[in-house]
Design a protein around this ligand. Structure first.
Ligand code: HEM
Length: 266
């Protein structure tokens, strides 16, 4: 199953144009959802006004070379390794989910646009990347949702409590999990069975929820977080520090604080 392109087998029953149009529709949904989110929350307007205000208190001007190097370092380290999450399980789970999703999406687009006719000879690397990406997303997403999300980990809520904030992570897990099950059932080539079709529909519906739910979910953090990380590092380098006070000249002495034990007493 892992070396079979599920979209190529699908094109025996559904024209290749249908999944291609589906992807374009999903991209349009993401753009619309993010734009409506930006207009409604005014977060990007606030972000740029704040950056403009902070620039006035810059203590030095950054050259193009220095700016480029800061942005490149931020992309490779802060964004590429989600450094914001510190060391530990939370970061490992996020990296699994983030890279799993990126691999899954890239492989989906390549197989759907380049190798989706029944006669296509898909290089086996693409189905392998697609399946491994989906497995990584399911593992990272489930690890986060069952064990690490704050309302369960720290606030003592039962694991089965579902709130609006879970829309993104649950839809993400659902797309990968239903995709995997559909691919497995379809690879069995049980022509008189209907169960692969059920999972194909669930796969499509969960994608519509994931990409159509951008306005209500945390989907857009994957665009906002990198922007904020770049701005933070530029503001640190030009001395404006986002209008925050300079660091104290004495070492911090706050005792162990929250490092004394994990926060589990809410
Ligand atoms: C394809 C890209 C990405 C995917 C699939 C992804 C996935 C996720 C998921 C599923 C969550 C849990 C959401 C929840 O609270 O329910 C999350 C949270 C988070 N993400 Fe991402 N993410 C991506 C990109 C990024 C990037 C680029 C950054 C930062 C530079 C980032 C930083 C964070 C942070 C700080 C959290 C909060 C984690 C926590 O509450 O423990 N993510 N992400």
């Amino acid at each position: 199953m892992i070396t079979i392109n599920p979209f190529s087998a699908l094109s025996e029953n559904i024209p290749a144009l249908v999944p291609q149009a589906f992807i374009i529709f999903m991209v349009v949904l993401v753009i619309l959802g993010t734009l409506i989110d930006i207009i409604h929350k005014k977060n990007v307007k606030y972000f740029f006004n704040n950056a403009k205000k902070a620039k006035k208190s810059a203590t030095r001007e950054l050259g193009v070379g220095e700016k480029t190097s800061i942005i490149a370092k931020t992309i490779v380290y802060d964004i590429g390794t989600t450094s914001e999450l510190g060391a530990g399980k939370r970061r490992v789970a996020h990296l699994l989910g983030m890279y799993g999703t990126i691999l899954f999406w890239i492989a989906s687009a390549v197989m759907i646009f380049c190798y989706s006719s029944p006669s296509s000879n898909t290089p086996s690397v693409w189905p392998i990347v697609w399946h491994i990406g989906a497995i990584m997303t399911v593992i990272g997403g489930c690890w986060f949702w069952f064990f690490l999300r704050v309302d369960v980990y720290s606030e003592g809520q039962p694991w089965y409590r579902i709130i609006k904030a879970d829309l993104f992570v649950l839809a993400l897990i659902a797309t990968s999990l239903f995709g995997l099950i559909w691919s497995y059932l379809q690879s069995l080539a049980l022509n008189d069975r209907w169960d692969d079709k059920v999972f194909l529909v669930l796969y499509a519906v969960s994608n519509i929820i994931l990409f159509g739910g951008v306005y209500w979910s945390k989907f857009a953090h994957m665009f906002y977080k990198p922007g904020a990380a770049i701005q933070k590092n530029l503001a640190e380098a030009d001395g404006s520090r986002d209008n925050l006070p300079p660091p104290a000249d004495k070492p911090e002495q706050f005792g162990l604080g929250i490092k004394r034990e994990a926060p589990k007493h809410y």
